[in-house]
Design a protein. Structure first.
Length: 316
């Protein structure tokens, strides 16, 4: 099979039929063998009924329905697990991503040797204040912290080699950082393609301003996971030892001052009246806690289970 097209969605009943017809037209024009996998992420409208109807008329349409809204990352995870195509395309269901971009992205994967092609919405039709400027800042920060040189990390239109999606774990809210996850998994042939971005035709965006706050928090998470996810003791343990040494040296200093004054028959103040006592106590306690945090992190890492973070209600 040439292509698996993975489409996560939430309350997109108005656009599904048009999107399906558009994709099928592109697939038939290019003689692709394909499957379209719709993942209904807890829609409360008639999106699932639309998917069922499309599946009955087109055997290439498949569907996954979640019990409730778990998030885009979990939807992509389920879609990747089900996908069978040699090349996997992800796109949004709101008609803002154009299926006409698929053949060129497919060619870049198959004939140019790329493992991931990420879309770049160079010209956007979103609000400048609420989306464009925060998105530019977000992408700049992502480039600087991850080392992945892309202009648009969060573009939903992407193409993957099959081996890539079968070897990355998309969870939490990490769909924004899939290129970073791909790089961390050892796939380094990552490219970018300018894609057409269209104004939303139906409904309203499902993302509010909080996604940018969450995005930057997730950026810190992905930076930490990239560098220390497999070895938390290297960060927490090192900081803990450093803090403990500082506290220990401060305690030695207090002891030296105490002995010096006793040796010279000078009046000695109480240890608890010396500010260095509290510095020594605080740093040694913090150092011990940091060391234990790293130790517990290592234990959790080695005993964690990989339970899925979503529950599937129905499949087609």
């Amino acid at each position: 099979m040439n292509l698996s097209i993975v489409i996560p969605l939430l309350n997109e009943e108005e656009s599904l039929t048009e999107l399906h017809e558009w994709i099928v037209s592109v697939m038939n024009t290019n003689n692709y063998t394909y499957e379209i996998i719709f993942i209904d992420d807890g829609s409360t409208d008639s999106s699932w009924e639309k998917i069922q109807t499309l599946s009955k008329t087109n055997p290439n349409v498949k569907g996954i329905r979640f019990f409730r809204n778990y998030g885009k990352s979990q939807a992509l995870h389920a879609g990747f697990a089900k996908a069978q195509g040699d090349v996997i395309i992800t796109m949004d269901a709101d008609l803002q991503d154009s299926p006409e971009e698929i053949p060129e992205m497919h060619d870049l994967i198959v004939n140019k040797g790329y493992q991931l092609i990420s879309g770049w919405k160079k010209k956007r039709y979103d609000s400048v204040i609420s989306k464009n400027l925060p998105s530019k800042l977000f992408n700049w920060a992502a480039r600087k912290t991850s080392g992945v040189k892309l202009h648009d990390f969060n573009c939903g239109l992407k193409a993957y080699k099959k081996s890539v999606v079968k070897n990355i774990e998309v969870s939490g809210e990490m769909h924004r950082y899939i290129p970073v996850l791909v790089k961390n998994a050892g796939f380094n042939k990552i490219g970018e393609k300018v894609v057409l971005h269209q104004a939303r035709k139906y409904g309203n965006t499902k993302f509010g301003i909080e996604r940018f706050i969450n995005g930057f928090l997730d950026l810190i998470t992905i930076w930490f996971i990239s560098r220390f996810g497999k070895r938390p003791m290297h960060l927490f343990g090192a900081l803990g030892v450093l803090m403990f040494i500082i506290g220990f040296l401060a305690a030695l200093y207090i002891g030296f001052i105490k002995l010096y004054k006793l040796y010279n028959h000078e009046p000695a103040i109480l240890v608890t009246d010396n500010p260095w006592f509290y510095i020594a106590l605080a740093t040694m306690v913090i150092g011990t806690q940091l060391f234990l945090a790293g130790f517990l992190g290592e234990i959790i890492l080695r005993t964690k289970n990989n339970e899925k973070q979503y529950k599937i209600s129905e499949t087609l």
